[in-house]
Design a protein around this ligand. Structure first.
Ligand SMILES: [Zn+2]
Length: 394
């Protein structure tokens, strides 16, 4: 296989004749038709997703004179196809076609077409660093795997840290990617994942963007890229953790990985009797798994003043649901002249027309709880005690 390093091609060269298929979400051709941007085996264009922070970052890098990394082309006769770099090339192409804008120095959106001519020219004549290779298919594929191994292994936050590298990322990593931080022991009660692989930083970024305008993490990172510190981020995270600790002082493994940022935003302005919460939590956690299926739901159930019952996936119907179901079923049975226990009603003995009293009937899941049936009025029927026991034993 023959590889060549080329530095003679510019952004303008590669973007000449750029075509973007918006229906397919793919960059198609560039370099005057000589370059196929997204061959079949490539992923679709992703950089416009989540608010487009990544495609703006590529353009921003070019404008600031930062390298956007190596591009790899596979040569096929006198044509080329992109092996690695299709997201970056499509970002550049889309920008030159005015398909998105970047912020100017004043923070106003600026399209390529509206930039001063000198700036456009500067942008287009920026050189790119490209490896081209020529070889048989198996060699190309092996090479493609090698250059993509890094891409496969990288987590999104690791990639974002590289794209938005600067003082903010440096400061944020010192706080949230520091495996020797004495605060980690406490934080691990709430956040899952690997500190070194940026899982904690990702989590806190997601919490803070959801607490504000719910833009993409990438948008937040790009807006704060040149901040000297990550103090806001740290203060927000500490506030969430402090609230969670104060509200639920007993650490349980079920609290790890919950959306504490969202819970904080939804409930932190309410006042709780912490001792009462603790006692109620103890009681619910002591319940058998056969009665409360999702114990992780206990936290929000309690925070919601026990209104979000569905979070627990509880097995037993409330008295209120049982009563309403009994009344409805009994009324219908009387109108039709049959038993208010549907199983008695379908039998042939003397009970076929018997109207049972409420105390002699039990609530039953139409679709079994063990098969995912919900404990809601819609999935409730009452049966006579005999039939309820019989059904329970099947
Ligand atoms: Zn019955």
């Amino acid at each position: 296989m023959k590889t060549t390093l080329r530095t003679d091609l510019t952004v303008g060269d590669i973007c000449t004749g750029f075509e973007y298929d918006s229906a397919e979400g793919k960059g198609l051709y560039g370099w005057g038709g000589k370059l196929t941007i997204q061959p079949e085996y490539q992923r679709h264009y992703l950089y416009a997703e989540q608010g487009g922070g990544r495609e703006r970052a590529v353009v921003d890098s070019i404008m600031r004179g930062y390298p956007i990394g190596l591009l790899y082309f596979n040569q096929l006769g006198d044509k080329f196809e992109v092996l690695d770099g299709q997201q970056r090339i499509t970002s550049l192409g889309r920008f030159t076609k005015d398909l998105f804008a970047v912020d100017d120095a004043q923070g106003n959106p600026q399209y390529f077409g509206s930039m001063p001519a000198a700036e456009r020219e500067q942008f287009l004549k920026t050189p790119l660093t490209i490896y081209t290779c020529e070889g048989i298919e198996s060699e190309i594929k092996a090479w493609y795997r090698t250059i993509n191994i890094k891409g496969l292994e990288l987590k999104q936050q690791e990639i974002d840290n590289a794209i938005y590298s600067g003082p903010f990322v440096t400061a944020a990593k010192k706080i949230f990617s520091n495996s020797t931080s004495p605060k980690l022991n406490l934080w691990r009660n709430f956040v899952k994942g690997n500190v070194k692989r940026q899982d904690f930083l990702r989590e806190v970024l997601e919490w803070i963007v959801k607490s504000k305008d719910n833009k993409a993490v990438e948008t937040y990172m790009s807006q704060h890229r040149w901040d000297a510190t990550a103090d806001d981020l740290e203060a927000y995270f500490e506030a969430v953790i402090a609230w969670a600790c104060a509200t639920f002082p007993d650490m349980r493994e079920e609290m790890c990985g919950l959306e504490w940022g969202r819970l904080y935003e939804t409930y932190h302005t309410k006042t709780y009797d912490v001792a009462k919460l603790a006692a109620e939590a103890d009681e619910l956690f002591a319940e058998d798994d056969d009665i409360i299926k999702d114990k992780r739901g206990i936290y929000e159930y309690l925070l919601s003043d026990k209104t979000l019952t569905k979070l627990l996936h509880i097995r037993y119907f409330s008295e209120a649901v049982k009563r309403t179901t009994y009344d409805k079923q009994t009324q219908e049975a009387k109108a039709e002249g049959k038993s208010n226990c549907p199983l008695c009603a379908s039998g042939k003995d003397s009970n076929a027309k018997k109207i049972w009293e409420r105390k002699d009937m039990d609530a039953d899941h139409v679709t079994a709880w063990s098969k995912g049936g919900s404990t809601t009025a819609a999935n409730c029927q009452v049966l006579c005690k005999f039939h309820n026991r019989l059904k329970g034993n099947i």
